[in-house]
Ligand binder design. Sequence first.
Ligand code: F6P
Length: 322
Amino acid sequence: IKKIGLFTSGGDAPGMNAAIRAVVRSAQYYNIEVIGIRRGYEGMINGEFIPMDVKSVANIIQRGGTILKTARSEQFRTPEGRRLAYDQLKRNEIDGLVAIGGDGTFTGARIFGNEFDVPVVGLPGTIDNDLYGTDFTIGYDTAINTVIDAVDKIRDTAESHDRVFIVEVMGRDCGLIALRTGIASGAEAIMIPETKRDLDALMDKLENGRKDKSSKIVIVAEGEEAGNAFEIGHQVKEKFPNYDTRVSILGHIQRGGKPTCMDRVLASRIGVAAVEALRDGHRNEMIGIVHNEISYTPFEHACKHNVEINANFLKIVEILSI
Ligand code: F6P
């Protein structure tokens, strides 16, 4: 491998910059050139290439977002789009790719890697933590810390007004952000798509839970199964007109901000491992960390349908929220 193309794709996640820095610096360490590809697959097709060196990634380890920018590309879904991307890579003598992103990014990478003779490795970068083959994805730790910071603040006002708060967190169709932040913020209930969001159980909890509680927080993962937080809030209001109920959707603040120490270290470790993996002949694999060891997972297995929810977490909420 002489020249790596590096890009971020899909939703951004805090720690992506730390991963970019790690890839660029470790490549330089191993005498490999790095070309930054802006705006993910879209920029690959359009030839938005910028040479990167040690200096170009100075002072970014602590910054949220991605200096390479990111996009979701429709064109790359087509064989013609992928052919254009391949031609651009060839023209620029890029002989390996490091993709930082999530499920959609790796689906694209898998198809591209099977169609063309360019080895691709992936770094899991998404706040959702919905990839199999790594204990944590880059950005998840920062996002859950942002969530608990916000919910702690909501708790202050909920407690002052004796209110019920339905708080919606991100995760697309995965409940892992909700699950952890629900425990960490002392939520009274968590509703996640994986357990089909049992509305009756929620009503039961609100009806029969301890009466001397001033505030109640329900963390709801986004996703359509039981409706969004506003619909759930509406149903709670109908059933309990005497509860003062409010809905809060945390939204994109969950994607921004300085990455935590955990995310920076994770990104640095797997960033270096990705370059080493390409040198060692790996291709079509996501690099992650499982049980504190670097792991290599074929893209087709990394996709989120393999991620399991630890049911014990829900039990913990049930026990601790009495
Ligand atoms: O995958 C990350 C994520 O933030 C999800 O949690 C969320 O469903 C989605 O991206 C939002 O995407 P967009 O920023 O395109 O609205």
